[in-house]
Write a protein that binds this ligand. Structure first.
Ligand code: FES
Ligand code: FE2
Length: 407
């Protein structure tokens, strides 16, 4: 993000802190609890937002060189995504054309040929069938109609998108809309993979999504963890069509007051959360980014998977090369002038997110499952939550969220 935009946001943050101001959606709304338990709705969203919607499978840093591959199984079609010999990002159904065994067996790896573990047919990472074991006895040659099924795939702004259906389309510019310029400015194509983490939790994927949409809860739920690093209920927010940017100030922002604006850096002042509809969030911190993709379990509305991947970014403003570790994270309000180390990121996601947010989410799910409450209430200061549910309802042709009226 350019320096002037960073300065504007930091000014806005400081003003919000001084005036105790949060984001404001303009209305309190009711969110029916049925959206978290209804099986019919779960079947519809699975088709509309996952089976028939482009999916972000990673960042360019997941496939740094020809021969790298990643696999994923979370949105119905098993995916094998590769970087071929020409450096091109490709995606295939991860299924051998003989009897459907997977070719890429790991979450990620490096190999330019895939030998099927069942009967040893061999494929190139461009999807081409290179060899049929005991070809003569089997009875067919290397027919091109038995190449891996290729899927629409596009790489842009460091994002790797795939469509789960061979007949689908991927248009990253249409997906990111007017967030494109800002996304490009973070140079996500220069990220380097650090680690993976999976949160398998008993809550609806939209409740997991809501965890990333407000910081009203920081002081209460994260009293001894994130609360020591970040402000509660002070934030700035901007919508980009169905996507948004949610900026959560860290306490370190107060040290910037003493420094000239020309030295201000947004990632020393805040954690920046970008949401790409329907199920993606980027949590950008100084020197690193965490990519969270949240997937429903199509057979159980009360179960979801959150796949987190951490990356090093090219844009750290590290103080003397020092790293922010898990131990240093909670000291001095999170010294965000340091580059975030892997242990600090893991601490944030293991303790704050998994043990606190997701843990609480499982209780919300029980309430939703019980049908004891007709609706939850989304406050004016929970604008990103309201934005997501507004888009979700519109994508499924559900009536808009109703305004809450006392009494
Ligand atoms: S399933 Fe792959 S070779 Fe038989
Ligand atoms: Fe939280």
């Amino acid at each position: 993000m350019n320096q002037q935009d960073q300065i504007e946001i930091i000014r806005e943050i400081i003003d919000a802190i001084d005036n105790d101001r949060a984001v404001d959606s303009g209305a309190v709304v009711k969110n029916p609890t049925s959206v978290f338990r209804c099986r019919d709705l779960a079947a519809r969203e699975w088709q509309a937002l996952f089976r028939n919607h482009p999916q972000l499978v990673g960042l360019s840093g997941d496939l740094p060189e020809p021969g790298n591959y990643i696999t994923t199984n979370y949105f119905g079609t098993p995916i094998l995504a590769t970087r071929d010999a020409k450096g091109r990002f490709r995606a295939f159904v991860n299924a051998c054309r003989h009897r459907g065994a997977p070719l890429g067996m790991e979450l990620r790896g490096k190999q330019s040929r895939f030998v099927c573990g069942y009967h040893a047919w061999t494929y190139g990472n461009d999807g081409k069938l290179l060899g049929v074991a005991n070809e003569k006895q089997f009875g067919t040659g290397k027919q091109s109609c038995l190449n891996l099924v290729e899927l629409p795939a596009q790489e842009k702004y460091g994002l790797l998108y795939v469509h789960p259906s061979p007949d689908g389309e991927v248009d990253i510019d249409a997906l990111v809309g007017d967030m494109a310029g800002e996304l490009a400015s973070w140079e996500l194509e220069k990220t380097r993979y650090l680690a993976d983490d999976l949160i398998d939790s008993k809550l609806n994927w939209k409740l997991a999504q809501d965890i990333f949409g407000e910081n009203y809860h920081v002081k209460a739920l994260h009293r001894d963890t994130l609360n020591r690093v970040a402000y509660s209920d002070v934030s700035t927010y901007r919508e980009f069509g169905r996507n948004h940017r949610f900026v959560v100030p860290v306490r370190y922002v107060d040290t910037l007051r003493e420094r000239p604006e020309s030295e201000w850096n947004l990632l020393e002042a805040s954690v920046v959360v970008y949401h790409l509809f329907p199920n993606v969030q980027f949590v950008l911190v100084n020197g690193a980014v965490s990519l969270s993709r949240i997937y429903p379990d199509p057979n159980d509305p009360a179960h979801s998977y959150t796949q987190n991947t951490y990356y090093r970014t090219a844009t750290a403003s590290a103080a003397d090369g020092e790293q922010l570790t898990d131990e240093k994270l909670y000291e001095s309000g999170g010294a965000c002038n340091m580059e975030w180390g892997e242990s600090a990121l893991e601490e944030l996601f293991d303790t704050t997110a998994e043990q606190e947010d997701f843990w609480m989410g499982t209780h919300l799910q029980r309430t939703a499952d019980s049908d004891a409450l007709d609706h939850f209430v989304i406050g004016r200061n929970e604008h990103p939550v309201e934005h997501f549910h507004r888009n979700y309802r519109s994508a499924l042709n559900l009536p808009p969220l109703e305004e809450f009226r006392a009494g």
